[in-house]
Design a protein around this ligand. Structure first.
Ligand SMILES: Cc1cc2nc3c(=O)[nH]c(=O)nc-3n(C[C@H](O)[C@H](O)[C@H](O)COP(=O)(O)O)c2cc1C
Length: 223
């Protein structure tokens, strides 16, 4: 009997939530089920080969026209990490103040974000480029083409997150670069056409996280 069938009747229990009958011993499903966003890391450095393996997982993602519109910046230099974290936090603090948040709260939130980025063992900034994507004369199709690049970059980063977990690393997606692309561009000296999409913080986990999901019935229509 195939091992998937053999396990079909066992309930797979993760984080005290019974998810569905799935093969607990199958490494693919275990990776899928047990990945969580990890935001606190130990000081242990991440070997470069391991980072290369994660990036390899990323570039094998499906993508629009196989133009591979993703680009990545791996940040491991402390000074660069510090610069990026500091400038993004500063921008966020300004935004929070402009939203009317009181000074102490704005500073505390920005400082938490800065510390988190600083404590990561490595950062991967995910970007997209439209350089090799199709060009359209009308705005609508051009926007949809751009959206395909966004989707491709997101798939790549999703695979990177799963690979990180599979390799024993913790990782978390941060959307901050979307809100401060100019800051990120200048801190990391990006090529002109690279559009920052997300920052992935990486490190050996120093926390466990519990999150669950809505049941399939709530999010799926069968027709
Ligand atoms: C598009 C996107 C943006 C996210 N932005 C942030 C963020 O800015 N900060 C953060 O701590 N987590 C962020 N996350 C992580 C989500 O909060 C997390 O994936 C979600 O709560 C589910 O938890 P899990 O990843 O542990 O299953 C983001 C995830 C995605 C996919």
């Amino acid at each position: 009997m195939h091992h998937l069938e053999a396990a079909a009747n066992t309930q797979y229990q993760i984080s005290s939530v019974i998810i569905s009958p799935m093969p607990a011993h199958d490494s693919f499903w275990r990776t899928i089920y047990t990945r969580r966003s990890i935001r606190a890391y130990s000081d242990q450095p991440i070997p470069r080969e391991l980072l290369e393996r994660l990036l390899t997982a990323a570039i094998w993602a499906p993508n629009a026209h196989n133009r591979q519109p993703w680009r990545f910046v791996v940040v491991t230099e402390r000074s660069r990490q510090q610069q990026l974290a500091g400038r993004m936090a500063q921008r966020w603090e300004q935004d929070l103040l402009a939203d009317g948040l009181d000074e102490a709260k704005a500073r505390a939130q920005a400082e938490r974000s800065r510390t988190r980025i600083m404590r990561a063992g490595a950062l991967v900034l995910g970007c997209l480029t439209m350089r090799e994507m199709d060009r359209y004369p009308d705005d609508l199709r051009q926007r949809l083409e751009w959206q395909m690049a966004v989707q491709s970059a997101a798939l790549a980063l999703g695979q990177l997150l799963l690979a990180a977990h599979h390799e024993g690393l913790g990782a978390c997606w941060m959307c901050a670069p979307l809100f401060a692309p100019d800051v990120v561009r200048s801190a990391l000296e990006l090529p002109e056409d690279w559009e920052p999409q997300a920052l992935i913080t990486l490190g050996y986990p120093a926390e466990r996280n519990e999150k669950t999901r809505k049941p399939l019935e709530e999010v799926v229509l069968w027709r």
